[in-house]
Design a protein around this ligand. Sequence first.
Ligand code: C5P
Length: 237
Amino acid sequence: MSLFVENPIIVALDYPNADQALAFVDQLEPGRCQLKVGKELFTRSGPAIIEALTKRGFNVFLDLKFHDIPNTTAQAVLAAADSGAWMVNVHAAGGRPMMEESLKRLRGAGHETLLIAVTVLTSMNEQQLRETGINATPAEQVMHLASLTEQAGLDGVVCSAQEAAMLRGALPRSFQLITPGIRPSFAAQGDQQRIVTPKQALIDGSDYLVIGRPITQAKDPMEALTLIEAEIASIKP
Ligand code: C5P
């Protein structure tokens, strides 16, 4: 069984607690989207939130961006998979041994959980990168770390939708691109600076679209989801 799914939408559950997250999720139909649990919700509600969501039939992307020595990261990745996560991520900057060990331990335990990496945080600009000792442009560093991730055997990377075309042109088609910063044509921009429509992101080679507020803040979340599905229907295989 492959854990790759047909539906490309991952809804970002940016809620401060499990009650609010579940009240929202109960308005959604499983099978129409995946769900992303991030650091705030997970830190407040713990692994029980993953169990509650998977019990409702949802695939859960646990977005904790692990970054530590190989043994510690691998054990954290394993713990995420044991708790039922469908997708989990690490920082590519943690290095090849860290990524390889995480993948090895995951697959060794029989988990098919998708393991992906974060390259350069989109909040970082060239000057901030230089301050951390990296003398490359963000785009160069993203390319570099995405290649390293692919060589380490991971399933893909999280990247800005604006980087998707560059990465898609350089990496195998099976390497998954997960892109936030998506705004459907009906939605407000919010605090996202560089936004791409769902359709454009898929045309540029994204495999999964991380979408938060356009769905979570909608009066009718299923209606918002349906509108997005209609926007991308023409380019789905
Ligand atoms: O509400 P919105 O669609 O902007 O939410 C996007 C989600 O993707 C949030 O959970 C945000 O933290 C995450 N994200 C992002 N940009 C990145 C990486 C992650 O917006 N570069």
